[in-house]
Structures are given as structure tokens and as C-alpha cells.
Design a protein around this ligand. Sequence first.
Ligand code: ASP
Ligand code: MG
Length: 420
Amino acid sequence: MQVFKFGGASVRDAQGVRNVAGIIQQQRPNNLLVVVSAMGETTNALEQLTWAYLRRQGDQELIWQRIRAYHEQIIRDLTNKPEAFEPVYSLFSEVETMLNQEPEPHQHPDKVYDHLVSYGELLSTRIVNAYLNQSGLDSYWVDARRLVRTDDSYREGKVDWEQTCEYITDTLADLLETGVAITQGFIGSTGEGYTTTLGRDGSDYTAAIFAHCLNAEGVTIWKDVPGVLNADPKWFDETVKIDQLTYQDAIELAYYGATVIHPKTIKPLQNKNIPLYVRSFLHPQETGTAIGQFEKHLPIPSFIFKMNQTLISLHPKDFSFIAEENLSKIFGQFAEYGVKINLMQNTAISFSVVVDHRPERLARLMPNLQEDFRISYNEGLELITIRHYDEKTIDRVLVNKKLLVEQKSRYTVQLVVKDL
Ligand code: ASP
Ligand code: MG
């Protein structure tokens, strides 16, 4: 069987839903599981709705009416029989019932977040499923909350693989021998039945979870780009599409910040040697990129740009060496305050890290470090990672830039730069 994943951009309007249905139908569908994200920017809007609901500020009613109207418009554009979309209206009512109640005083905000935000995927899959049924395809709507079991780390649920695979195979293995099922990306639930989410952009990961448990022959992520490119077209002209990518290169690229695939997606597939295809929903006849077990490494240098980076250098106040105890203290603090290190480098008596500029988190971390370290700061930087670099590519990205830190390994160079 095959797994397809469609992201929010592919179903952002009625035209998108029709296109997705067309792609599904073209595959002469049987043995197909389809994972769909929330439509367009719905997840962002639901986040806002959650904060408005919890903090009792902002315009909860207005935000919700916009979300509802957006989905209703898509339904109107898809059908003149809105009755067939009844399950969508039930979901609207569920949200409205909740919004009309006061938030429970001691509930963890992240738990409320997961509950409300999950409606983005529930709505989109109900709409896509109803549209497929209306177009003559008997697809089944499957509730991913009943199948993807996580712990109670709300907003970043950790998957219980054993339970999840058991539920998924029990529910879907037979059905998918002949049929098509539609389910939600990004969401799951705890053993007590509370909804969880897997972290923003987690739908790719969901597709990998289902594929892993069902021993799929392949997973296809349908995107608005032709495949995996060697750089984000936002920062780079003349990007090149990569036809074949090893799992290892794909993991490395995702780790350093390439946004094309969610970083957690590769491992469950690699462990079962399931290929991942990245293809364009705008040009479904084209082949895209295949990620799998290939002999050859990345054929061309790939570039990853991270903007708005901060370089922090720590100097022990007592001039002690940067060694195991210092490092474990430093790493402990960074982990505790949730500041992810994008690059690190040390000398005998200084330790430098590059992190995303997140002032609230840094403001909480700094006072703790200041007890033992003198700290210097450099903001507004760019972190450039080049996988399979050569001197020419380095020169190319350094034009009009001042180089502050450079770190090279055999396959990867990282450069921290500032505009000149
Ligand atoms: N809808 C969720 C998000 O926007 C999950 C996803 O799109 O992958 O983060
Ligand atoms: Mg999304």
C-alpha cells in the first residue's frame, strides 16, 4: 500500500481540494492512505483562537467566525449539496460548545491548545472525504486520534510506537487491501483520550508513522515545490532539483533547517527501508525527488539559510578551561530553557553558540549563565550551512558578508555571517 500526504497549501481553497481529489483518483486508488493537514493558514488561526479563549482577550468570536466562514466558503464552492458535508457542521458545533464554556481554571494551556488546534485537521479531512464521496470515490474517514497514541507531552506528543502500530494495523490493514482511507496529520491522543499534537508541521511525521506501521511500499509528500531543491528559492535564485537523495543526506538537510521535510519523518521510513517521494501537486505528472537507500550521495552542494541568528560567547569568569563540567552545566541550562543550539565552537577558555533569536527564552536563560560566565552577544546574523560544499560555493555565499565563525567537517560547512 501507499501513503500520500497533502499539506495545508494543497487544500487552501476549493480548487485545491479538487486538484487533490484528482491526484488521488489518478492513482486508480486502492491500497491508499491519505494524510491531510489543516487548510491553508488554519492552524495559525486556531492558535490565535486558543490564546484568545484562554486569556479572555483578543476577539475570540471574530477569529472563530473567520475560521468557520473560510471552511463554509470552500464547501459552497465544492458542492450544491451541503448536506453531504454534515460532519463538518457537527465539528463547528463542537468547537462552539467549547468556546461558550469558561476555560477550566487549572487546565494546562497546552492541553487546551491541542484540543482546539486539532479541529483544523478534523475539518479539512471531513471536507476532503465528503468531496471524494460526492465524486464517486468511497473513501473512509479515519480518526487519527484513535490510532496515534502519544504520551501527555501536549504540543509535542511522543509516540507510543507499539500501541500505535497495533491500533493502526487492527483498524486499517484489511480495509486498505481494497480501499482508500483519509486521515489527519499532526494529531493523536493520550491513553486517557485527550487530544495531543505532534509539534508544528507534524503531518509529514504522521504519514511516516502510518507508513512504518503498515509496511507501506512508499510515501509521497505532495508539495508546492517540484521536489527537494538544493536551496530554498526564497533565498536563492537558480535552485536545482535533486532527483535522488539518501536517507542520510535527507536527515542532515532537515536537521540543519531545510524546511522541505519535517526532521522526524525520515527515521521511521529509513528503519523499514520505505522510500519517500517529494512531488509537486501543481505538476503531478513530474517525478519529483526520491529519498531512499541509494549508493550515491548528494550530487550537488545544498544550501540552508537561517536568518535572525544570535551568536553568544561564554567566558568562564575564573578563567577555567571549557571542559566537561562547564559544558554539562551549559548544555543543561540551554536544554532547561528550551534554547536550541544551531552551532557550537569552543577554545580553551571560551564557548560560542549560535541560536535562533528568541528574546523571551534568552532573557530567562542568561541570568543563570551570568553567574559563572562573562557573556558577549552578537545579534542579527545569518547561519549558512552547505552540505557537500566546495571552495567555490563558500566564496559564493560570502559575497558582501563578514565571516564571524566557520566550522567545517568532511561533508558540511557552517558559516556565521553578518552583512557588510
Ligand atoms: N497543520 C499543522 C501545522 O500547520 C500540521 C502540518 O501542517 O503539518 O503545523
Ligand atoms: Mg501546515
